[in-house]
Design a protein around this ligand. Structure first.
Ligand code: ADP
Ligand code: MG
Length: 390
């Protein structure tokens, strides 16, 4: 990473505003998946051990620019305090005189957590007045919210323009792993793409075809390629507007683009629906393809086991339903067993890996869904672009 890192800052007795990504699922006042909180701990611990006062800020959910009891940060504060083992002082506002006072009254232990930044309309509009108020709270700014880096908001871009800024340890890890995959992958480099739509992932396919030795395609997006090849696809999801693109991608990439050879089909996308496995070019009418079949899992495993670098985004089937989760599970296990540097990005793919308990077996799991895809597409993320170089 060529950005200034939190490790380069003189932190002793400094108030440090830290943008974290604590946008976690909350149910009945409890955090149901604390992955993102855990991933922010190294930066928070680093700051504390260097004598800094961390002032954490994040958005949570999609409140409409005003306070909304459903999205208060209290459940996050409770979970963070358990994980950190240090007091977390949660404030009921993100800016204002009480906030300034609470931060200045710090007794040398623990962290301050500001209220949800999206309770303020100035967050998403990157309002200069709101950014000024946030910047006035601290001496330094550290951005550890890779998952929010594709948004030019006050807590990502506005504050970074107003104070000495650096990347946090998680941000650094995300950038380093994704850069390694994109710029300097050890070969063979195998990319695996799945999920619902070709249209969502066109930029990602394009970018990966530029570097990958093979690109394995699963999920619903495969059917747009099959349709373009003239196969019968029954009632499978297809994007007719993308048939030409699909043809072009297949022509340009030749054998590097690997499509499923068999498909699990059923009449409906439902638990308990009667399913069968058929060849990719023979999906019966009235049926839809909902997962890759066992021969495809074997084929993909062959590529994966020989890889030195793996990037995976998008489930291979409707993994939310057990009957159609085997393809995703097979691929996840193959990636977990491989010795390769493995990077997994994308909200649903990461959820699938977590559900299988395989997260510890991957080299890097990106905390950014949309952000990691935009990064792989080669787009400049505003939250990263704004950080100064070393
Ligand atoms: P990610 O969040 O990892 O980037 P996507 O959001 O692109 O992944 O896609 C995930 C969704 O794709 C899941 O909800 C999954 O059920 C759906 N999906 C995968 N395969 C199929 C299929 N064959 N038919 C319908 N939906 C599918
Ligand atoms: Mg998704």
């Amino acid at each position: 990473m060529n950005k200034r890192s939190v490790r380069d800052l003189d932190l002793m007795n400094k108030r440090v505003l830290v943008r974290v990504d604590f946008n976690v699922p909350v149910k009945d006042g409890e955090v149901t998946d604390d992955t993102r909180i855990r991933r922010a701990l190294p930066t928070i611990r680093h700051l504390l051990s260097e004598g800094a006062r961390p002032v954490l800020v994040s958005h949570l959910g999609r409140p409409k620019g005003e306070p909304d009891q459903k999205y208060v940060m209290d459940p996050v504060a409770a979970r963070l305090q358990e994980l950190l083992g240090e007091p977390v002082e949660k404030l009921d506002a993100a800016v204002g005189p009480e906030v300034v006072e609470a931060i200045d009254d710090w007794d040398g232990r623990g962290v301050v957590l500001l209220e949800n930044s999206r309770f303020y309309p100035g967050e998403t509009s990157n309002d200069p007045g709101f950014a000024d108020q946030l910047a006035a709270l601290a001496d330094l700014y550290v951005d550890d919210a890779f998952g929010a880096a594709h948004r030019a908001h006050a807590t990502t871009v506005g504050v970074a323009e107003r104070m000495p800024a650096a990347a946090g340890l998680l941000m650094e890890e995300e950038i380093d792993y994704l850069d390694k995959v994109l710029e300097d992958p050890e070969r063979p480099f195998v990319a695996i793409l799945g999920g619902a739509k070709v249209s969502d992932k066109l930029g990602v396919i394009e970018s990966l075809l530029g570097t990958a030795d093979s690109l394995l395609i699963g999920g619903a997006m495969g059917f747009t390629f099959f349709e373009a090849l003239g196969y019968e696809i029954g009632d499978s999801l297809v994007e007719d507007d993308y048939l030409e693109e699909a043809k072009r991608l297949m022509e340009e990439s030749g054998e590097r683009l690997v499509l499923p050879v068999d498909v699990v089909v059923a009449e409906a996308m439902e638990e308990g629906a009667e399913s069968e496995t058929v060849a990719s070019d023979g999906i019966p009418s009235g049926k839809m393809g909902l997962d890759i079949g066992p021969e495809t899992v074997d084929l993909f495993e062959g590529h994966i086991s020989g890889a030195s670098t793996i990037f995976w985004n998008g489930p291979m089937g409707v993994f939310e339903i057990d009957d159609f989760a085997k393809g995703t599970e097979g691929v996840a296990r193959a990636v977990a067993e491989s010795e390769a540097t493995s990077v997994v990005g994308g909200g649903d793919s990461v959820a699938a890996v977590n559900k299988l308990g395989l997260e510890g077996r991957m080299s890097h799991i990106s905390t950014g869904g949309g952000a990691s895809l935009e990064y792989v597409e080669g787009k400049e993320l505003p939250g990263i672009a704004v950080l100064p170089e070393e």
